[in-house]
Write a protein that binds this ligand. Structure first.
Ligand code: NDP
Ligand code: 2IT
Length: 444
């Protein structure tokens, strides 16, 4: 049996009941065969076995009190996956579905994504099964303070730097930072996505969505095309979705549909983003309220129907496995030309295969959504240098980083004989840097 297959089989045996982790590991390991064939020293030093085993997994109790005085207990997680090329870096997700399998899949993906940015950041991820929906600000604060009362001892500006993900935005980062600063008596860049008044970076809020559109535009440019006049579908209506919509619209695209976890809106005249922002960012409401403010738009309960709307570009920006084989087939049948993943692992393995067989341009998450963490690394650079760059400066750097990622994944795919296969290109280009650093460090 091949080296990658042996590692994958052992991983499944040693980590049962972790389907999302198995899925991410399968996607990654099966593309690395040509690299490990070229480098027999990797197998000789157990490199892949070490690569798929987190350096450290921390699971902790998070007790907090609700507004009625009732005590709740949630689970907190931080998976410090790989620090070969820099301190652990990756977001925190607060969502009731969070479990070890989900945090490990996100952490594994993060290693290669962070490597692709070209910046010195390792891979980590964390979060909790806490559900922020419907909670008061005080309840959110109580939860964040309790979460940080344990997490603080494991993180640090040169050790592990968390940020946001699903359910963790500016408000949560503020409470987490306040508690860290209070306990450690240190005002340092230990979290990214901070507010601008206490060490944050311009463009971090917009970065993932903007970066997604920048890299998709690069792929279009290489084919003599652009966003101008294209019909776009974006799933989700959170941080990534909103700023992907804004940038796509500013480049002349028509975004016709978005969703939240209850259902989707379809506006054939083009989504009015100010209304979505007001509902989701200001009122923390539900996307169905959109149709009360717009003529001609419709709302449909349930999410998967969104993929039946004909489009040129699909940007899944909500969560894992939101596009299955059936949805992928419908998208292809309706003539989609580009799929770029804003969310982490939004396409199932079967969906990816369908996209690739059909010859459409498929940009996988670890390349396409790397703009967020790249800008986090720019925030870290500004923190440690005690500098504050302008919006234009950060935006230019982000654009450069996304163009560079596109070039690198395109070249890596070509070099290994898989031209146009950006899953191969992203995994190989991301892995080589991490593998080179791990080899230099010896067996650790
Ligand atoms: P937000 O919490 O801001 O928004 C999440 C959006 O996705 C909401 O519209 C939410 O709907 C929807 N959603 C979440 N879970 C589900 C579900 N199970 N089914 C359907 N819809 C769902 O998160 P972000 O925008 O930050 O993150 C979105 C995706 O992007 C995630 O996969 C995240 O890992 C990834 N990502 C985020 C980065 C960042 O910088 N924030 C960077 C790179 C990737 P509802 O409001 O109803 O819950
Ligand atoms: O998935 C991701 O890359 C993020 N949620 C952002 C991580 C970060 O550290 O900015």
């Amino acid at each position: 049996m091949s080296y990658v297959q042996t590692v994958l089989n052992n991983l499944k045996k040693q980590n049962p009941n972790e389907p999302e982790f198995h899925q991410a590991a399968t996607e990654i390991l099966t593309t690395l065969a040509p690299v490990v064939d070229k480098h027999p020293e990797y197998e000789a030093s157990g490199l892949l076995e070490r690569f798929v085993e987190p350096e450290r997994v921390i699971i902790f109790r998070v007790p907090w009190t609700d507004d009625n005085g009732k005590v709740h207990v949630n689970k907190g997680y931080r998976v410090q996956f790989n620090s070969a090329i820099g301190p652990y870096k990756g977001g925190l997700r607060f969502h009731p579905s969070v479990n070890l399998s989900i945090i490990k899949f996100l952490g594994l993906e993060q290693i290669l994504k962070n490597s692709l940015t070209g910046l010195p950041i390792g891979g980590g991820k964390g979060g909790s099964d806490f559900d922020p929906k419907g909670k008061s600000d005080r309840e959110i604060m109580a939860f964040c303070q309790s979460f940080m009362a344990e997490l603080y001892r494991h993180i640090g500006a040169d050790t592990d730097v968390p940020a946001g993900d699903i359910g963790v935005g500016g408000r949560e980062i503020g409470y987490l930072f306040g508690q860290y600063k209070r306990i450690r008596n240190e005002h340092v860049g230990v979290l990214t996505g901070r507010g601008l008044s206490y060490g944050g970076s311009l463009v971090r809020t917009e970065a993932t969505g903007y970066g997604l559109v920048y890299i998709a535009e690069e792929a279009m440019k290489a084919r003599g095309e652009s966003f101008k006049g294209k019909t776009v579908i974006i799933s989700g209506s959170g941080n990534v979705a909103i700023y992907a919509c804004q940038k796509a619209q500013s480049l002349g695209a028509k975004v016709v549909a978005m969703y939240d976890s209850n259902g989707y809106i379809y506006d054939p005249n083009g989504i009015k983003l100010e209304i979505v922002k007001e509902i989701k960012e200001v009122k923390r409401g539900r996307i169905k309220e959109y149709i009360q403010h717009t003529a001609g738009a419709t709302y449909t309960e349930g999410c998967s129907g969104i993929w039946t709307i004909p489009c040129d570009v699909a940007l899944p920006c909500a969560t894992q496995n939101e596009i299955d084989a059936k949805s992928a087939e419908i998208l292809v049948k309706n003539g989609v030309k580009y799929v770029a993943e804003g969310a982490n692992m939004p396409s199932t393995l079967e969906a990816i295969e369908i996209f690739q067989k059909s010859g459409i341009v498929f940009l996988p998450a670890k390349a396409a959504n790397a703009g967020g963490v790249a800008t986090s690394a720019l925030e870290m650079a500004q923190s440690s240098g005690r500098m504050f760059w302008s919006f234009e400066e950060v935006d230019e750097k982000l654009k450069g980083i996304m163009a560079n990622i596109y070039r690198n994944i395109d070249n890596a795919a070509k070099e290994y004989g898989y031209e146009g296969n950006y899953v191969m290109g992203a995994n190989i280009a991301g892995f080589i840097k991490v593998a080179t650093a791990m080899m230099a460090h010896g067996v650790v």
